[in-house]
Design a protein around this ligand. Structure first.
Ligand SMILES: Cc1cc2nc3c(=O)[nH]c(=O)nc-3n(C[C@H](O)[C@H](O)[C@H](O)COP(=O)(O)OP(=O)(O)OC[C@H]3O[C@@H](n4cnc5c(N)ncnc54)[C@H](O)[C@@H]3O)c2cc1C
Length: 467
């Protein structure tokens, strides 16, 4: 937005904050306007690094008063780039990192600026954890508000299944609690509906006992992708909820030992996390570790926090990133053929194809309980396309689009909202299905009728031209 603010107005706002205000020309501006996806290159008029809840309320008020386009940022990992804007204000919560763990009641109160690495380190001090993201630098906020899939989901549900309450600043600058007993409609909406209804300053999570896990990666020759996928389909159909797995086709392997063997060549892999009695885990994982035989078996007992950063090196910030995702009904032979064919035609050495197995506790929560959707899906497919040189964009984007289109016959028609790029209104609707989308619009009308929070996978309030 083209609002030009007087220097005095900015100075007064800056002085009123306990945190920091950065504007163009300030040291740290260029770093501050960057997000994880290097494709996103925006220039906000200001970045308000909030120090506390008061700062968040003041920032919302300031944005209202001056008609500023508003982006909300916590971990900055959103691939669509919704947490930064051109010309408006970024309300940044990344410095709000307080966490209190009550080991006796197994509850964590966590401020929105924490990453999963920080959250896990704090809860694992007490041998506790909840389902979180699989890369430790991802923010707890965006991930929780969209659902949250990760290594513990088949045992304990998705992240928002473990959300007990959220402290929210609404578009009107009001402070509210959403929980099973307070503002239940809002609680329904924030568990999957993203940042549409307000800024969450603090989450309260249910924790679980999580000891060392039997986890890691089994690598197989890429030439056997079809065989491996058929084995994987049969194998996951009978595994207990303690085991969460993910098939990955990697254009190049990140494992140092494999690098010598396979330098610059693709590899198929299955990442695993068994969060249960370790002896039982060894037996359950045996068929997977024997199959093939694998090129390398890098599964071992490890602390949960180690597993939680195991994939960090494959997700560095700053690369060009274009993702396409969909929920799959299952893995038919036809789906496997398409998956393998497109994987083999992968266009960038940095790209990966992810297939995360759901079911288990994810499926046991009723579809109506919250905005998070498609609990009947078997897997999430995520085509994670990455490259360095922006001049190559067309080729990589085209491969990703063609791949996703070819997989449509095998999709539930739904998509996981946290893996969406900037894909338009129909895809946002597809993330919830028509009935839930309608309920979300009702909520949006109630809590944000002017669409103040519009930089997200946007639920458009009725009357804004969406219908
Ligand atoms: C490397 C990588 C790994 C990932 N792994 C997983 C995974 O394992 N599981 C999974 O489920 N997802 C995963 N994701 C997707 C992730 O859930 C989303 O990118 C999510 O938006 C990240 O949250 P964030 O706080 O880091 O992002 P941000 O970019 O800071 O925020 C994303 C959006 O969330 C909203 N938002 C952020 N903070 C707040 C707040 N405090 N209050 C209200 N709204 C807010 C805003 O609309 C914002 O645009 C991954 C993403 C990346 C890049």
């Amino acid at each position: 937005m083209g609002t030009v603010l007087a220097k005095k107005t900015i100075r007064n706002f800056r002085e009123s904050l306990h945190g920091e205000l950065i504007i163009p020309g300030d040291e740290g501006y260029d770093r501050g306007r960057r997000v994880w996806n290097g494709m996103i290159d925006r220039y906000p008029a200001m970045i308000a690094y909030c120090g506390d809840v008061d700062d968040v309320i003041k920032s919302v008020d300031f944005a209202h008063t001056h008609g500023l386009l508003t982006a909300v940022r916590s971990g900055g990992h959103n691939v669509a780039g919704n947490s930064v804007c051109d010309g408006g204000i970024v309300i940044d919560l990344s410095r709000m990192k307080r966490i209190e763990v009550n080991a006796a009641s197994r509850i964590a109160r966590a401020q929105a600026g924490l990453t999963w690495g920080e959250f896990d380190r704090a809860t694992q001090t007490f041998g506790l954890a909840t389902t979180g993201g699989i890369v430790s630098r991802t923010g707890i906020a965006g991930l929780t508000l969209g659902g949250g899939i990760g290594w513990l989901m088949r045992k304990f549900g998705v992240t928002c299944d473990n959300l007990l309450s959220a402290e929210i600043i609404t578009a009107g600058g009001q402070r509210m609690t959403a929980s099973a007993v307070e503002n239940q409609d809002l609680f329904w909406g924030v568990r999957g509906g993203g940042g549409n209804f307000g800024i969450v300053t603090e989450f309260q999570y249910r924790l679980h006992q999580v000891g060392p896990v039997l986890a890691g990666t089994v690598y197989y020759p890429a030439a056997k992708t079809r065989e491996i996928l058929r084995f994987y389909r049969d194998y996951i159909s009978a595994v207990p909820d303690e085991l969460t797995t993910m098939f990955v086709y990697m254009a190049t392997s990140h494992a140092p030992s494999l690098y010598r063997l396979l330098r610059d060549r693709p590899v198929a892999a299955i990442h695993v996390c068994y969060a249960g009695p370790l002896e039982a885990g060894e037996k359950i994982l045996k068929p997977l570790r024997d199959f093939g035989p694998p090129l390398e078996d890098a599964v071992r007992i490890m602390p949960y926090v180690e597993l939680q950063s195991m994939l960090d090196s494959g997700a560095p910030p700053g690369l060009q990133n274009y993702w396409k995702s969909s929920y799959l009904k299952g893995l038919s032979d036809e789906a496997i053929e398409v998956l393998a064919g497109y994987s083999e035609a992968i266009t960038s050495p940095l790209s990966q194809v992810h297939l995360q197995h759901l079911e288990g506790a994810v499926r046991r929560v009723s579809e109506d309980d919250m905005a998070f959707s498609y609990r009947d899906a078997s897997c999430v497919l995520n085509i994670v396309t990455k490259w360095e040189d922006p001049r190559e964009s067309e080729k990589h984007i085209q491969w990703t689009r063609d791949f996703e289109a070819a997989m449509r016959p095998f999709s539930t028609g739904g998509v996981y909202v946290n893996f969406l790029g900037e894909e338009g209104e129909d895809r946002v609707k597809a993330a919830y299905g028509p009935a839930k989308y309608g309920r979300l619009v009702t909520l949006k009308n109630r809590y944000d009728p002017t669409n103040f929070f519009q930089l997200n996978q946007n639920i458009k309030p009725a009357g804004t031209g969406a219908f």
